[in-house]
Design a protein around this ligand. Structure first.
Ligand code: XLS
Ligand code: NI
Ligand code: NI
Length: 440
């Protein structure tokens, strides 16, 4: 088969001194860090939609990048050319996973039966490529936000017929996920939210979203899906207010509807910052609830209030994120580059540079996080910070739930003023981090 990215070589690790622009400087797939290969710590995935479909079009201008791969867009020949391009791309970069929406894989027909037949055909073709290359499916999802029928939501729609269409798409996307052996299935509630409460029954809408998710779990398990369902929280965009605002909100929703056993979080960095949180905050909240599943690895821009989906280059953020992931024992999902090239970066070479940047950034994050764990200062500090609960009699009583307000009140009265242990030292810790990261 003719190569699509013919002028671009396979990208290999060459080390930080390499000047080869098609080489990794930090991502060394087989290198063992904290007992595991880098490639296992970092299950990178390619997002079909950004990499093989998006052409740089925005509200103000048409596309700049040619993603036709030599075929006419809107045809099955083009859908297959995207598969060819995607697998060649992933092989050249050593990426082991991919993620998709139903309508990224095939052009949507007017009749859902025809769309589904196209999905059957393309997934046969994808499966062949998977078997030849060993590349795997990380997760699949149904696009329930693009088609005009979802203008009032999918699970949260005001139309029972539209709800049925959403269910039909979820069913088929689950079929294809299972067929491709996907590790997960994602719900990103793009249109599940509202513009104004004046016309919205929030309780009704949220209950219906839960109904759709329950049906998805029931059906998925019945066809042998053993992976995790994921909610991908996002506070806004396209809706003014989205129901899965952040991890804490989504976890509360799952628990309220008895879905917490089957679902975990898919945390996107740019969504975290849109919610007014750091990326690592969202990872921590997911982790302490046992729901850290997968990551959409991108970054936003602090000066822009929307999902800019940039490839990650911020090494501090990648370090803090990897620290959370390592502490949580890793991901059940992976690191999906839900990220796109900037509009003027329209060439095939730019597509590769974007992934080289993203993969090297996360590799640095991993290397740094491992150093911080080995250094141990942060862990020791935290342990010491709360030590009065372990070393004093009253602290031990509180932790073992063996006291009461009355007893604590009597104790406090006797005490006069409490001695205050230091709890901060933020500047010291930040300095330690810089020393560990940049010191020899
Ligand atoms: C949009 C979301 C979307 C999901 C998948 O902001 O990030 O791309 O990851 O539907
Ligand atoms: Ni995403
Ligand atoms: Ni996003």
């Amino acid at each position: 088969m003719k190569e699509i990215f013919a002028n671009i070589p396979a990208v290999k690790y060459e080390g930080a001194d390499s000047k080869n622009k098609f080489a990794f400087k930090f991502y060394d797939a087989d290198k063992v860090i904290l007992g595991k290969k880098m490639s296992e710590h970092l299950p990178f995935a390619m997002a079909w939609w950004h990499n093989l479909c998006a052409n740089g079009a925005d509200m103000f201008g048409r596309g700049t990048a040619d993603k036709s791969f030599g075929k006419k867009p809107g045809t099955m020949e083009h859908a297959k050319a995207k598969v060819d391009a995607g697998f060649e791309f992933m092989q050249k970069l050593g990426i082991k996973y991919f993620c998709w929406h139903d309508v990224d894989l095939v052009p949507e027909a007017d009749d859902i039966k025809e769309t589904n037949a196209r999905l059957d055909e393309i997934s046969d073709y994808i499966l062949e490529k998977m078997n030849k290359t060993g590349i795997k499916c990380l997760w699949g999802t149904a696009n329930m936000f693009g088609n005009p029928r979802y203008m009032n939501g999918a699970g949260s729609t005001n139309s029972a017929d539209v709800f049925a269409f959403a269910a039909a798409q979820v069913k088929k996307a689950l079929d294809i996920t299972v067929k491709l052996g996907g590790r997960g299935y994602v719900f990103w509630g793009g249109r599940e939210g509202y513009e104004t409460l004046l016309n919205t029954d929030v309780k009704f809408e949220q209950e219906n979203i839960a109904r759709l998710m329950k049906m998805a779990v029931k059906y998925g398990r019945s066809i042998g899906f053993k992976g995790d369902f994921f909610i991908e929280p996002k506070p806004k965009e396209p809706m003014k207010h989205q129901y899965d605002f952040d991890a804490a909100t989504a976890i509360g929703f799952l628990k309220a509807h008895g879905l917490e056993k089957d679902f975990k979080m898919n945390i996107e960095a740019n969504h975290a910052t849109l919610a007014g949180h750091t990326f690592e905050h969202e990872l921590r909240i997911s982790a302490i609830n046992g729901m850290l599943g997968s990551v959409d690895a991108n970054q936003g821009d602090y000066l822009l209030g929307w999902d800019t989906d940039e490839f990650p280059c911020d090494v501090y953020t990648a370090t803090y994120a990897m620290l959370e992931i390592l502490k949580a024992g890793g991901l059940t999902g992976g690191l999906n580059f839900d990220a796109k090239n900037r509009r003027p970066s329209y060439t095939y070479e730019d597509m590769f540079h974007a992934f080289i940047l993203g993969m090297d950034t996360w590799a640095l994050g991993l290397i740094n996080a491992a150093k911080l764990i080995e250094d141990g200062t942060l862990d020791k500090f935290k342990e010491n910070k709360y030590s009065t609960f372990k070393t004093t009699e009253i602290g031990k009583k509180i932790l073992s739930d063996k006291t009461s307000l009355e007893e604590l009140a009597a104790y406090a009265e006797k005490l006069g003023a409490p001695e205050l242990p230091s709890g901060g030292s933020q500047e010291y810790l930040q300095h330690v981090i810089n020393n560990v990261l940049f010191g020899k």
